[in-house]
Design a binder for this molecule. Structure first.
Ligand code: S3P
Length: 190
């Protein structure tokens, strides 16, 4: 998946007409959750929130530092607390949200989103492609590991991602804008 700039669209329906309260992008590392989230936000004119950014801002340290200094168990607690506060804050105006790769694989987060009635979309791609994308990005990912570890984690989590409301394939030469438009169509927002 590649990126190209896109402008706001005036052909999208309002959240109240469509019944969509928030769009939550889920999927493995390298799925494009943050870049597709930013593109969706531009198209819809809805604010965009990246859950990992919220955690980092609250903690005043990077995800990599949280893992290194406090471990994954603490990171998952911070992640759940950040998602609870995000869900609690949603007012009348809808949002686009990108989760970190492990968030939706945690049962407490998945049920929180379901209870909130938020629309979840699984951004999918073959594991080799996800690994290649992660290798090309400068971002430090504590759980990326080598290809074998990456694949094992992906296979463990895939059944959780498949519980999302819809699944969009992001491989096959699609760019970020195309995936965003597909999400808008899928949710009946156009
Ligand atoms: C994680 C993925 C990361 C980040 C953290 C844990 C995971 O987010 O939340 O490093 O468990 O897969 P991205 O999917 O944006 O890389």
């Amino acid at each position: 998946m590649s990126t190209r700039p896109g402008g706001p669209s005036d052909t999208t329906k309002s959240a109240s007409v469509s019944g969509v309260r928030a769009i939550v992008l889920v999927g493995f590392m390298g799925a494009g959750k943050s870049s597709v989230g930013a593109a969706l936000s531009r198209h819809l004119g809805w604010p965009f929130e990246d859950l990992d950014e919220r955690i980092q801002a609250q903690e005043q340290r990077s995800i990599e530092e949280i893992f290194r200094q406090s471990g994954e168990v603490v990171f998952r607690q911070l992640e759940h607390a950040a998602l609870c506060s995000l869900v609690g804050e949603l007012g009348a105006s809808p949002k686009v949200v990108a989760l970190g790769g492990g968030a939706y694989a945690q049962a407490n987060n998945a049920s929180l989103l379901q209870e909130a009635g938020w629309s979840t979309i699984f951004l999918d791609a073959p594991v080799e492609e996800l690994f290649r994308r992660c290798q090309q990005q400068p971002l430090e990912r504590p759980l990326r590991g080598d290809m074998k570890e990456f694949q094992r984690l992906y296979e463990d989590r895939r059944r959780c991602y498949l519980k999302a409301g819809s699944r969009i394939e992001t491989a096959g030469g699609k760019d970020v804008e195309e995936v965003a438009v597909e999400a808008i169509n899928r949710l009946g927002l156009r």
